[in-house]
Design a binder for this molecule. Structure first.
Ligand code: MG
Ligand code: MG
Length: 266
């Protein structure tokens, strides 16, 4: 059953979502070639706990990290490890926190140093997919309006849209109904109402849409091993305009000052 949120609940989700956004800002300050993904995870966990919250992913169904860190062909759910990030790679970093009983969820794909033009375009189009989807998250539209605009924009660019993993409702739980697929038909599905809070998170592949799970039981990667991009915001459905509860502004401010990451997508 879908739980529609009150104004005060939406504000608590905003507080959690902004803490996620600030945590990703800390990650953005520190991301560089040679850093181990487990080091970024430690930075994130310490920052979240220093701010009176709990990492949302750590321990979730047994996941070991505070962040999901998914380089290159990894789509989502990569496990932080001793692996070092390298110049020319991209990496999706997904973070959740639990504060005051409510979750926030947000993800960004970073570029390490200089990346291929074809991959830069994948990031740009995926970022655009997210914002096109958010623009549809208003009262009176349907879930299919969000899904279809994301699918259309990605497929028009020649990319594969991941179907096995989807966006979701959230609030007192990290994952709640409804599912928010990145593919679908305009006008179909649930009609959006004020108080619906959802994570919109396009996962778009440079190659084909197909994915597999690694033997670690978590990591999802593209079957063809081509790169995949992922951006996510937590959004409250409102009348006239979606209310974006998370933010990329902390990330983008940090990246402006980080010489290893000149790529800011606008
Ligand atoms: Mg997420
Ligand atoms: Mg999510």
């Amino acid at each position: 059953m879908i739980e529609y949120k009150s104004e005060s609940e939406i504000e608590l989700i905003r507080e959690s979502s902004l803490l996620v956004a600030k945590t990703l800002g800390e990650v953005a300050k520190n991301i560089r070639p040679g850093i181990k993904t487990i080091e970024l995870d430690r930075i994130a966990e310490e920052f979240i706990r220093d701010n009176g919250a709990v990492p949302g992913f750590k321990g979730y169904q047994g996941f070991s990290g505070t962040l999901c860190i998914s380089p290159n062909e990894q789509v989502v759910h990569g496990i932080p490890s001793e692996r070092e990030l390298k110049d020319g790679e991209i990496v999706s970093i997904d973070c959740g926190v639990l504060k005051n009983g409510f979750y926030g969820d947000c993800a960004y794909t970073f570029a390490i140093g200089k990346i291929d033009e074809s991959v830069r375009r994948l990031l740009k189009v995926t970022y655009e997919c997210l914002w096109l989807g958010i623009d549809k998250a208003v009262e009176g539209n349907t879930l299919g309006d969000i899904s279809s605009v994301i699918q259309q924009h990605a497929e028009d660019a020649g990319y594969g849209v991941v179907r096995e993993l989807v966006g979701h409702g959230l609030g007192r739980n990290l994952h709640e109904p409804p599912e928010v697929p990145n593919f679908g038909k305009k006008g179909k599905g649930l009609t959006l109402r004020h108080g619906l809070v959802i994570a919109i998170e396009p996962m778009i592949n440079l190659g084909k849409r197909f994915v597999v799970q690694e033997k670690d039981g978590w990591t999802i990667r593209t079957t063809d091993r081509k790169p995949s991009a992922h951006y996510e915001h937590t959004v409250a459905v409102k009348k006239g305009k979606a209310d974006v509860l998370s933010s990329f502004s902390y990330i983008e401010e940090a990246l402006k000052r980080n010489k290893n990451n000149s790529l800011i997508i606008k």
